[in-house]
Design a protein around this ligand. Structure first.
Ligand SMILES: NC(=O)c1ccc[n+]([C@@H]2O[C@H](COP(=O)([O-])OP(=O)(O)OC[C@H]3O[C@@H](n4cnc5c(N)ncnc54)[C@H](OP(=O)(O)O)[C@@H]3O)[C@@H](O)[C@H]2O)c1
Length: 246
Protein backbone atom coordinates (compact mmCIF):
# COMPACT_ATOMS: atom_id res chain seq x y z
CA UNK A 1 0.00 0.00 0.00
CA UNK A 2 1.32 3.39 -1.00
CA UNK A 3 0.57 6.94 0.20
CA UNK A 4 1.72 10.31 -1.08
CA UNK A 5 1.47 13.24 1.31
CA UNK A 6 2.24 16.76 0.13
CA UNK A 7 3.96 19.27 2.40
CA UNK A 8 5.11 16.35 4.53
CA UNK A 9 8.48 17.71 5.60
CA UNK A 10 6.95 19.24 8.74
CA UNK A 11 3.78 20.07 10.63
CA UNK A 12 0.58 18.13 10.10
CA UNK A 13 1.82 16.53 6.86
CA UNK A 14 4.84 14.98 8.56
CA UNK A 15 2.65 13.49 11.28
CA UNK A 16 0.20 12.05 8.75
CA UNK A 17 3.17 10.47 6.94
CA UNK A 18 4.48 9.07 10.21
CA UNK A 19 1.09 7.60 11.19
CA UNK A 20 0.41 6.04 7.81
CA UNK A 21 3.99 4.77 7.74
CA UNK A 22 3.55 3.11 11.14
CA UNK A 23 0.53 1.32 9.72
CA UNK A 24 2.64 -0.20 6.96
CA UNK A 25 2.16 2.24 4.08
CA UNK A 26 5.10 3.00 1.82
CA UNK A 27 5.42 6.76 2.15
CA UNK A 28 6.12 9.08 -0.73
CA UNK A 29 7.06 12.16 1.24
CA UNK A 30 6.18 15.20 -0.85
CA UNK A 31 8.12 18.40 -0.19
CA UNK A 32 9.17 21.36 -2.28
CA UNK A 33 12.69 21.49 -0.85
CA UNK A 34 14.88 18.42 -1.29
CA UNK A 35 17.02 18.97 1.82
CA UNK A 36 14.02 19.52 4.11
CA UNK A 37 12.21 16.61 2.47
CA UNK A 38 15.15 14.24 2.77
CA UNK A 39 15.70 15.22 6.42
CA UNK A 40 12.07 14.27 7.13
CA UNK A 41 12.48 10.99 5.22
CA UNK A 42 15.55 10.18 7.34
CA UNK A 43 13.52 10.71 10.52
CA UNK A 44 10.83 8.30 9.33
CA UNK A 45 13.34 5.71 8.14
CA UNK A 46 14.98 5.89 11.61
CA UNK A 47 11.57 4.78 12.93
CA UNK A 48 11.58 1.79 10.54
CA UNK A 49 9.09 3.43 8.20
CA UNK A 50 9.44 2.89 4.46
CA UNK A 51 9.71 6.40 3.02
CA UNK A 52 11.24 8.26 0.11
CA UNK A 53 11.34 11.88 -0.98
CA UNK A 54 9.35 13.10 -3.95
CA UNK A 55 9.63 16.70 -5.07
CA UNK A 56 6.25 18.41 -5.06
CA UNK A 57 6.25 22.19 -5.37
CA UNK A 58 2.71 23.43 -5.85
CA UNK A 59 4.07 26.58 -7.48
CA UNK A 60 6.15 24.66 -10.02
CA UNK A 61 3.98 22.75 -12.42
CA UNK A 62 6.93 20.76 -13.83
CA UNK A 63 7.50 19.14 -10.43
CA UNK A 64 3.80 18.21 -10.28
CA UNK A 65 3.88 16.56 -13.69
CA UNK A 66 7.17 14.81 -12.97
CA UNK A 67 5.91 13.55 -9.61
CA UNK A 68 2.67 12.26 -11.19
CA UNK A 69 4.60 10.41 -13.88
CA UNK A 70 6.78 8.69 -11.25
CA UNK A 71 3.88 7.36 -9.18
CA UNK A 72 1.74 4.29 -9.83
CA UNK A 73 -0.86 2.27 -7.89
CA UNK A 74 -1.32 5.05 -5.36
CA UNK A 75 -3.72 4.12 -2.56
CA UNK A 76 -3.80 7.40 -0.65
CA UNK A 77 -3.10 10.95 -1.79
CA UNK A 78 -3.14 13.51 1.02
CA UNK A 79 -3.27 17.06 -0.31
CA UNK A 80 -1.86 18.65 2.80
CA UNK A 81 0.57 21.34 1.62
CA UNK A 82 -0.89 24.79 2.05
CA UNK A 83 -0.25 28.38 3.00
CA UNK A 84 -2.35 30.90 4.94
CA UNK A 85 -1.71 33.92 2.74
CA UNK A 86 1.65 34.95 1.26
CA UNK A 87 3.74 32.56 -0.83
CA UNK A 88 7.09 34.04 0.18
CA UNK A 89 9.57 31.57 1.73
CA UNK A 90 9.47 31.83 5.49
CA UNK A 91 6.01 33.34 5.20
CA UNK A 92 4.62 34.86 8.39
CA UNK A 93 2.03 32.89 10.34
CA UNK A 94 -1.65 33.27 9.65
CA UNK A 95 -2.67 36.80 10.67
CA UNK A 96 -6.23 36.73 11.94
CA UNK A 97 -6.10 40.48 12.64
CA UNK A 98 -5.58 41.38 8.96
CA UNK A 99 -8.53 43.43 7.80
CA UNK A 100 -10.51 41.97 4.92
CA UNK A 101 -10.10 45.17 2.91
CA UNK A 102 -6.30 44.92 3.23
CA UNK A 103 -6.09 41.74 1.16
CA UNK A 104 -4.75 42.54 -2.28
CA UNK A 105 -5.73 40.69 -5.40
CA UNK A 106 -2.15 39.44 -5.46
CA UNK A 107 -2.62 37.95 -1.95
CA UNK A 108 -5.67 36.10 -3.21
CA UNK A 109 -3.99 34.99 -6.43
CA UNK A 110 -0.90 33.71 -4.59
CA UNK A 111 -2.92 31.74 -2.04
CA UNK A 112 -5.18 30.26 -4.71
CA UNK A 113 -2.12 29.33 -6.75
CA UNK A 114 -0.76 27.07 -4.01
CA UNK A 115 -3.81 25.83 -2.15
CA UNK A 116 -6.07 25.33 -5.13
CA UNK A 117 -4.47 25.51 -8.59
CA UNK A 118 -1.33 23.58 -7.62
CA UNK A 119 -3.31 21.01 -5.66
CA UNK A 120 -5.78 20.61 -8.51
CA UNK A 121 -2.99 20.19 -11.06
CA UNK A 122 -1.33 17.45 -9.01
CA UNK A 123 -4.56 15.62 -8.25
CA UNK A 124 -5.78 15.68 -11.83
CA UNK A 125 -2.46 14.35 -13.11
CA UNK A 126 -2.43 11.59 -10.50
CA UNK A 127 -5.89 10.25 -11.41
CA UNK A 128 -4.55 7.62 -13.85
CA UNK A 129 -2.09 6.44 -11.19
CA UNK A 130 -4.68 5.76 -8.49
CA UNK A 131 -5.51 2.25 -7.36
CA UNK A 132 -9.13 1.11 -7.71
CA UNK A 133 -10.06 1.93 -4.10
CA UNK A 134 -7.81 4.95 -3.73
CA UNK A 135 -8.64 7.77 -1.35
CA UNK A 136 -7.88 11.42 -2.07
CA UNK A 137 -7.83 13.51 1.10
CA UNK A 138 -7.89 17.29 1.14
CA UNK A 139 -6.78 18.89 4.41
CA UNK A 140 -9.09 21.84 4.87
CA UNK A 141 -10.58 24.46 7.18
CA UNK A 142 -13.97 25.96 8.10
CA UNK A 143 -14.87 28.46 5.43
CA UNK A 144 -17.81 30.21 7.07
CA UNK A 145 -16.65 33.64 8.29
CA UNK A 146 -17.14 34.52 11.98
CA UNK A 147 -16.02 37.50 14.07
CA UNK A 148 -12.85 35.64 14.98
CA UNK A 149 -12.29 33.69 11.77
CA UNK A 150 -12.41 35.42 8.36
CA UNK A 151 -8.97 35.32 6.67
CA UNK A 152 -10.11 36.14 3.14
CA UNK A 153 -7.34 34.58 1.04
CA UNK A 154 -7.09 31.40 3.10
CA UNK A 155 -10.81 30.62 3.29
CA UNK A 156 -11.38 31.54 -0.35
CA UNK A 157 -8.70 29.09 -1.49
CA UNK A 158 -9.98 26.30 0.75
CA UNK A 159 -13.56 26.94 -0.34
CA UNK A 160 -12.41 26.28 -3.90
CA UNK A 161 -10.65 23.13 -2.71
CA UNK A 162 -13.82 21.96 -0.94
CA UNK A 163 -15.81 22.42 -4.13
CA UNK A 164 -13.22 20.34 -5.93
CA UNK A 165 -13.79 17.66 -3.28
CA UNK A 166 -17.52 17.69 -3.93
CA UNK A 167 -17.34 17.72 -7.72
CA UNK A 168 -14.67 15.01 -7.98
CA UNK A 169 -16.73 12.92 -5.55
CA UNK A 170 -19.75 13.35 -7.77
CA UNK A 171 -17.81 12.05 -10.79
CA UNK A 172 -16.49 9.05 -8.84
CA UNK A 173 -20.01 8.17 -7.77
CA UNK A 174 -21.45 8.71 -11.26
CA UNK A 175 -18.83 6.40 -12.74
CA UNK A 176 -19.56 3.68 -10.15
CA UNK A 177 -15.96 3.98 -8.99
CA UNK A 178 -14.86 2.77 -5.56
CA UNK A 179 -12.45 5.66 -5.33
CA UNK A 180 -13.19 8.33 -2.75
CA UNK A 181 -12.31 11.95 -2.20
CA UNK A 182 -13.07 13.74 1.04
CA UNK A 183 -11.95 16.71 3.10
CA UNK A 184 -10.72 16.64 6.69
CA UNK A 185 -10.78 19.68 9.00
CA UNK A 186 -8.34 18.96 11.83
CA UNK A 187 -9.26 22.01 13.93
CA UNK A 188 -6.66 24.41 15.33
CA UNK A 189 -3.23 22.79 15.30
CA UNK A 190 0.00 24.32 16.60
CA UNK A 191 2.30 24.61 13.57
CA UNK A 192 4.45 27.19 11.79
CA UNK A 193 1.35 28.13 9.79
CA UNK A 194 -0.25 29.91 12.72
CA UNK A 195 2.58 30.21 15.26
CA UNK A 196 0.26 28.92 18.00
CA UNK A 197 1.24 26.66 20.89
CA UNK A 198 -0.33 23.30 21.63
CA UNK A 199 -2.74 23.59 24.54
CA UNK A 200 -3.45 27.30 23.92
CA UNK A 201 -7.00 28.67 24.06
CA UNK A 202 -7.95 26.39 26.91
CA UNK A 203 -6.71 23.29 25.12
CA UNK A 204 -8.52 24.11 21.88
CA UNK A 205 -5.20 24.15 19.98
CA UNK A 206 -3.92 20.60 19.44
CA UNK A 207 -0.41 19.37 18.65
CA UNK A 208 0.56 18.27 15.15
CA UNK A 209 1.14 14.78 16.59
CA UNK A 210 -2.49 14.66 17.73
CA UNK A 211 -3.63 15.98 14.34
CA UNK A 212 -1.67 13.26 12.55
CA UNK A 213 -3.39 10.56 14.59
CA UNK A 214 -6.87 12.03 14.17
CA UNK A 215 -6.51 12.56 10.43
CA UNK A 216 -5.04 9.10 9.87
CA UNK A 217 -7.90 7.52 11.82
CA UNK A 218 -10.43 9.28 9.58
CA UNK A 219 -8.52 8.40 6.39
CA UNK A 220 -8.42 4.70 7.27
CA UNK A 221 -12.10 4.44 8.21
CA UNK A 222 -13.97 1.62 6.48
CA UNK A 223 -16.93 3.95 5.87
CA UNK A 224 -17.67 5.39 2.45
CA UNK A 225 -16.70 9.03 2.98
CA UNK A 226 -16.81 10.09 -0.67
CA UNK A 227 -17.84 13.74 -0.93
CA UNK A 228 -17.75 14.43 2.79
CA UNK A 229 -16.03 17.26 4.61
CA UNK A 230 -15.25 15.73 8.01
CA UNK A 231 -14.37 17.53 11.21
CA UNK A 232 -11.68 16.26 13.67
CA UNK A 233 -14.40 14.76 15.92
CA UNK A 234 -15.86 12.76 13.03
CA UNK A 235 -18.81 15.12 12.49
CA UNK A 236 -19.66 15.61 8.82
CA UNK A 237 -20.04 19.24 7.82
CA UNK A 238 -23.45 19.68 6.26
CA UNK A 239 -23.09 23.24 4.91
CA UNK A 240 -22.06 21.54 1.71
CA UNK A 241 -25.01 19.19 1.54
CA UNK A 242 -25.29 17.96 -2.02
CA UNK A 243 -26.95 15.12 -3.83
CA UNK A 244 -23.78 13.06 -3.99
CA UNK A 245 -24.84 10.77 -1.18
CA UNK A 246 -28.05 8.95 -0.63
N1 LIG B 1 -2.41 24.43 11.55
C1 LIG B 1 -3.74 24.45 11.58
O1 LIG B 1 -4.38 24.90 12.56
C2 LIG B 1 -4.52 23.93 10.41
C3 LIG B 1 -5.92 23.76 10.56
C4 LIG B 1 -6.66 23.27 9.49
C5 LIG B 1 -6.02 22.96 8.30
N2 LIG B 1 -4.67 23.14 8.18
C6 LIG B 1 -4.06 22.79 6.90
O2 LIG B 1 -3.08 21.81 7.14
C7 LIG B 1 -2.12 21.85 6.09
C8 LIG B 1 -0.73 21.80 6.69
O3 LIG B 1 -0.52 22.97 7.44
P1 LIG B 1 0.40 23.03 8.74
O4 LIG B 1 -0.41 23.68 9.78
O5 LIG B 1 1.04 21.72 8.99
O6 LIG B 1 1.47 24.14 8.26
P2 LIG B 1 3.04 24.12 8.11
O7 LIG B 1 3.69 23.52 9.30
O8 LIG B 1 3.38 25.52 7.72
O9 LIG B 1 3.28 23.14 6.89
C9 LIG B 1 2.91 23.51 5.59
C10 LIG B 1 3.56 22.55 4.61
O10 LIG B 1 3.16 22.94 3.29
C11 LIG B 1 4.34 23.10 2.52
N3 LIG B 1 4.15 24.04 1.43
C12 LIG B 1 3.85 25.36 1.49
N4 LIG B 1 3.80 25.89 0.25
C13 LIG B 1 4.11 24.88 -0.61
C14 LIG B 1 4.22 24.80 -2.02
N5 LIG B 1 4.08 25.86 -2.82
N6 LIG B 1 4.52 23.59 -2.55
C15 LIG B 1 4.69 22.51 -1.78
N7 LIG B 1 4.62 22.54 -0.45
C16 LIG B 1 4.33 23.70 0.13
C17 LIG B 1 5.40 23.57 3.49
O11 LIG B 1 6.69 23.40 2.94
P3 LIG B 1 7.97 24.29 3.43
O12 LIG B 1 8.45 23.67 4.71
O13 LIG B 1 8.93 24.14 2.30
O14 LIG B 1 7.48 25.70 3.62
C18 LIG B 1 5.09 22.63 4.64
O15 LIG B 1 5.63 21.36 4.39
C19 LIG B 1 -2.42 23.13 5.30
O16 LIG B 1 -3.11 22.80 4.12
C20 LIG B 1 -3.32 23.92 6.22
O17 LIG B 1 -4.21 24.75 5.53
C21 LIG B 1 -3.91 23.61 9.22
Amino acid sequence: MKALITGANKGIGFEIARNLGKRGYDILLGARDEDRGQAAVDKLVAEDISARFIKVDLNDVDTLHTASARVDSLDILVNNAGIPDSVKPGHPPLDLTKHTFDYTTEDLRATMETNFFGTHELTQHLLPSLSDKAKIVNVTIPISPTDFWHPLAYITSKAALNIMTLTYAFEFKKAGSQRQIFGIMPGAIATDLNGMEAGARGGFVKSSEAAGEIITHIILSDKNQNGQIIQYDGKVVTDYETQIRG
